[in-house]
Write a protein that binds this ligand. Sequence first.
Ligand SMILES: *Cc1c(COP(=O)(O)O)cnc(C)c1O
Length: 421
Amino acid sequence: MDHFLTRDGELWAEDVPLSEIAAAVGTPVYVYSSATLLRHLSLFDEALKGMPHLVCFAVKALSNVAVLKLLGEEGAGMDVVSEGEYRRAKAAGVPGERIVFSGVGKTRGEMRTALLGGIRQFNLESEPEMRALSEVATSLGVVAPIAIRVNPDVDAKTHAKIATGKSENKFGIPIAKAREAYREAASLPGLKVVGIDVHIGSQLTDLAPFEAAYRKVAELTEALRADGHDIYRLDLGGGLGIPYTRSNEVPPLPSEYGEVIRRTVGHLDCEIEIEPGRLIAGNAGVLLSRVIYVKEGEGRDFLILDAAMNDLVRPAMYDAHHDIVPVIEPAPGAEPRAFDVVGPVCETGDTFARGRPLPAFGEGDLVAFRSAGAYGAVMASEYNSRPLIPEVLVQRDQFAVIRPRTSYDDMIGRDSIPAWL
Ligand SMILES: *Cc1c(COP(=O)(O)O)cnc(C)c1O
């Protein structure tokens, strides 16, 4: 459930009409609902009730500091994959003991920053990374808490670009080699083993791969304990999928996901961490855009929007579907038409939808891309020299710009001309 509902013939974000935001801030613009973000966070907390746990929001899904502060103040931890994300979490007031550092290529500089600023644990993905972290920690006179990300060789049955748990992926250490890796980690002076980490992919719409992976983690926990390691924390990753269409696919609920966790690892007396990103943020955001032109082509009509692939790349990158809905309800009885929905960028890939039945939009009409809160604004670029678009956070009847639109002067002013030119 989200808080983007139709009221008085138009779409609102909580208690604010989207048309009011478009008028005040311009389009394109990302709009997030605080109530939806918090509701999704609380669903995970409820799902893990009775087990000691920490829900670490995957910052890469939506990294605006205002959003991180909102979630952090509700007790969320943060899963970060770069120094930039670590600094964002800290800037949002999240204490280091609630920040987990993931990612396959942490540099020594990033490790240093996190060790000095405070960190819950590093999730390590290779032996060279273990050695590097041990060296950095030792040089600072501290010991780094670590989990090793194991690759359980489970097929997450999701889009190839977001599957991470098969042995051919670059992520983690093969689970068959995990005991050896833990033996080495325990021997390194700068590391302290605290748990196991696994993350098998994103947008999973079936619980079976989670179940298979977590069973393997449970077996490994017992094997590592028998080897003498103190495993007291299990980081089970993120990846639970969301409905991108309002009609078909109904992904599992967080409560059902919680049951899988309880069933597979609940008996191990471990602290549970999970790292959801998409499920918390995805349906908590829309991308608001305006129709620039309706172009009648041969055999197909194009809706040309002021938003483009540089603002929302998921359709171009992952063939992703986003529902596109009118902000002002069409007149009753109006016949839908099939449109190709495109942006102004000079690439055929700048296509949001093909042959999509939509109301008979005209120039200047507002449209909303649903489910655009996760992997939307964070993946935006200035390709075609289109300045980054703003982000707005709504809370009940208030809204605030939480990142302004980049001005042309700021965008161009970042370039500098060398003295010899
Ligand atoms: C991307 C990622 C997540 C979040 O995945 P979602 O599908 O957004 O829930 C969590 N953990 C790690 C390590 C990731 O790389």
